[in-house]
Ligand binder design. Structure first.
Ligand code: HEM
Ligand SMILES: *[C@@H]1O[C@H](CO)[C@@H](O)[C@H](O)[C@H]1NC(C)=O
Ligand SMILES: *[C@@H]1O[C@H](CO)[C@@H](O)[C@H](O)[C@H]1NC(C)=O
Ligand SMILES: *[C@@H]1O[C@H](CO)[C@@H](O)[C@H](O)[C@H]1NC(C)=O
Ligand SMILES: *[C@@H]1O[C@H](CO)[C@@H](O)[C@H](O)[C@H]1NC(C)=O
Ligand SMILES: CC(=O)N[C@H]1CO[C@H](CO)[C@@H](O)[C@@H]1O
Length: 324
């Protein structure tokens, strides 16, 4: 009987696996084509304006998307402001450095979208589009965004615990955090290249220059530059440096070339080159913009599918920073 043959079973399992995956994301390109036809150009216009006002828009918006997706899924819950009764995700210890400019960009884009298409487009989707635009406007690859997420109904600082990677994590810890969201080690390496734009506060990496011993994987010339940017005195935690000194505002594969030279800023960046499991990805993507772009787009589209909400799991918020 054909049904009992191992090949048919494999085919059925494969079909089940594929449909489970489709069911899990339920996102589509062109989700708002009929209900909000100008959506993408409206968001692009706002991100462009915010970029012209301050370059900080780019990194802070991209980082916001990552933190949104890793805590309760890509559901706009990171955008919610705390109230006296609720400390929201964005005020968790891990979010200390989420910059104002990212929130400002999403809120402004939401206001512009509401004016054209009221009560139609989720904040989670607006953040997804704004992130793509920040990447493209910084010279990175264009990719069609998948849309149709609902906004989440809760946001609490406690839900952040353990969900986000830290600069001092080991490779195994980082891999476990990404795997928990359905992302592989090479997705993690590709996504880490977002550190090609934006900045970090000195206290996130100063142990690498001032620790005893200093981090041996840190290029000595780069270390002395970082010591001059981040003097070892109280208060230097307010100082920042660009994560990619060579092309700080360009979304490119320079990030990987920096790692080959001992020029990763965070310990977690440099680890991608030190560890022989991830070094082949770093070398390949340092070499080829095309290969990097392909890997990055694949990974960020997958990131956008994490925990997408539908039906009774969410709604369309009227304002991104408060629940309806
Ligand atoms: C792999 C583990 C990762 C770790 C340990 C990590 C950690 C950090 C830290 C500590 C900062 C500096 C924050 C500050 O001091 O203000 C930072 C900045 C940033 N991260 Fe990551 N990150 C990781 C992955 C990612 C991913 C996957 C993305 C996006 C896809 C991302 C996007 C960014 C961006 C764009 C910035 C710059 C923020 C700004 O300019 O305000 N990071 N990250
Ligand atoms: C939505 O519109 C875009 C741009 O006009 C088009 O490329 C895309 O195929 C449309 N998608 C759907 C699902 O209708
Ligand atoms: C660091 O920044 C905060 C907030 O802007 C400010 O209150 C504090 O005084 C600053 N600390 C130093 C040492 O400059
Ligand atoms: C990485 O290095 C370790 C220790 O030298 C070795 O056992 C392992 O097989 C290497 N793995 C890869 C992927 O090269
Ligand atoms: C990088 O490019 C060089 C020169 O084209 C080539 O020899 C090398 O094998 C490439 N390395 C990787 C890891 O792709
Ligand atoms: C942007 C933002 O809301 N950042 C908050 C992160 O958390 C600290 C407190 O832990 C707040 O002071 C920040 O405002």
């Amino acid at each position: 009987m054909a049904w009992s043959s191992p090949w048919s079973c494999t085919a059925v399992l494969l079909a089940l696996a594929i449909s489970a995956q489709l069911g899990a994301s339920a996102l589509t390109r062109g989700y708002y084509n009929r209900t909000c036809p100008n959506l993408e150009s409206i968001v692009r216009g706002v991100v462009t304006q915010k970029r012209d006002a301050t370059i900080r828009t780019m990194g802070s918006t991209i980082r916001l998307f990552f933190h949104d997706c890793f805590v309760e899924g890509c559901d706009g819950s990171v955008l919610i402001e705390s109230t006296p009764a609720n400390t929201a995700e964005r005020d968790a210890e891990d979010n200390k450095s989420l910059a104002f400019e990212g929130f400002d960009t999403v809120n402004a884009a939401k206001a512009a979208v509401e004016a054209a298409c009221p009560d139609t487009v989720s904040c989670a989707d607006i953040l997804t589009i704004a992130t793509r635009d920040a990447i493209v406007l910084s010279g990175g690859p264009f990719y069609p965004v998948e849309l149709g997420r609902l906004d989440g109904l809760s946001s609490s600082a406690s839900s952040v615990t353990g969900q986000l990677p830290h600069p001092t994590h080991t490779m195994n810890q980082m891999v476990a955090i990404f795997r928990a969201q359905g992302l592989t080690m090479s997705h993690m390496v590709a996504l880490s290249a977002a550190h090609t734009v934006g900045l970090a506060h000195c206290d996130k990496f100063s142990d690498r220059m001032y620790g005893s011993p200093a981090d041996p994987t840190l290029n000595p010339k780069y270390a002395s530059f970082l010591r001059s940017e981040c003097p070892a005195v109280a208060g230097s935690s307010n100082l920042t440096v660009f994560m990619d000194q060579a092309t700080p505002a360009e979304f490119d594969n320079q990030y990987f070339r920096n790692l080959q030279d001992g020029g990763g800023l965070l310990a977690s960046d440099q680890l991608l080159y030190t560890d022989n499991r991830t070094r082949p990805n770093v070398d390949a993507w340092a070499n080829s913009t095309a290969a990097f772009s392909k890997a990055f787009v694949d990974a960020i589209v997958r990131l956008g599918r994490v925990g997408a909400k539908s039906g009774s799991q969410g709604n369309i918020r009227k304002q991104c920073d408060v629940f309806n």
